[in-house]
Design a protein around this ligand. Structure first.
Ligand code: NAD
Length: 260
């Protein structure tokens, strides 16, 4: 018989090792800090080692445990060597947050007919290959050890459809399909794979133009844009032992924009 959970230790991540990609700023930075605050030892990845170091230092200054690691998630060799470093310094990765991604506004916001192959590549490279590379580098060990969490950040634009974001939507929908398929392969080993689907989450590095603010306020049931904390809280839940029966799902953190 299962021991009932202790509500005073709910969502405790002590003893877990987490890797958060693209965590040098924004949503990833906050998610890394909050996972560490719940007790995980966190590897803060970013393409920019300086940014990763700044985040890891502020986590350390708050009394929690984090290291900075760099890798380009689009490059499997770079990811493999980063994961080796994490294993050596912290131990095997229990929780992967696939957060690194190109925001829709990162590249061309154009009608699809006005885009070219070169406009699509960054989305597919980072939002699809990045997720596959990082997941492949850690999930075998999770299966062997009988516990793991793979959490991938996607976007409501992949679920609702948004103008000027077709290639971005394609990349995020691909990541969601990957997550569901993998969930069926690894669930029996105690590894869960879920996505968090976001509405607009402005932060220091991703500004919302006034048109986007109006759009958010018109379409969201909760009349504010998202905050990195909204995302981090969902990640803590999905990363926890208590979420062990939740897999293959997409959890919307979107102010009630898309409701299915
Ligand atoms: N902010 C939003 O409104 C919003 C909405 C929907 C989905 N998302 C998704 O949430 C995630 C985080 O968004 P954000 O707004 O914090 O992004 P951001 O652009 O502010 O930060 C992304 C970080 O990832 C890093 N990065 C980029 N390419 C990388 C690579 N190849 N390897 C390693 N690191 C890399 C960047 O250096 C940056 O620090 C992304 O997947 C994004 O698509 C964001």
């Amino acid at each position: 018989m299962n021991t009932p959970m202790d509500p005073r230790r709910l969502f405790d991540l002590s003893g877990r090792v987490a890797l958060v990609t693209g965590a040098g700023r924004g949503i990833g930075a906050r998610t890394a800090a909050v996972l560490a605050g719940r007790g995980a030892r966190v590897a803060v990845n970013d393409l920019s080692l300086d940014r990763a170091r700044t985040v890891a230092k502020s986590v350390g200054d708050a009394g929690d445990d984090a290291i900075a690691v760099t890798a380009d998630v689009t490059d499997l060799a770079s990811v493999t060597s980063m994961v080796q470093e994490v294993v050596e310094r912290l131990g095997p990765v229990d929780i992967l947050v696939n957060n690194a991604g190109v925001p829709a506004s990162g590249f061309a916001m154009k009608e699809f007919t006005a885009t070219e192959r070169q406009d699509w590549d960054p989305y597919i490279s980072i939002n699809v290959y990045g997720v596959l590379n990082c997941t492949h580098s850690v999930v075998g060990s999770m299966v062997e050890r009988g516990w793991g969490r793979v959490i991938t950040i996607i976007s409501d634009s992949a679920r609702a459809g948004e103008r000027l974001m077709a290639a971005y939507a394609a990349s995020k929908a691909a990541a969601a399909g990957f997550s569901r398929a993998l969930a069926k392969e690894v669930g029996r080993a105690g590894v869960t794979c879920n996505c968090i689907s976001l509405g607009w989450v402005p932060h220091d590095a991703v500004d919302l133009g006034s048109d986007d603010v109006k759009h958010a306020l018109r379409n969201y049931a909760v009349k504010r844009p998202g905050r990195p904390d909204d995302v981090a809280a969902a990640a803590v839940w999905l990363a926890s032992t208590e979420a062990s029966w939740v897999t293959g799902q997409t959890v919307p953190v979107n102010g009630g924009y898309v409701m299915t």
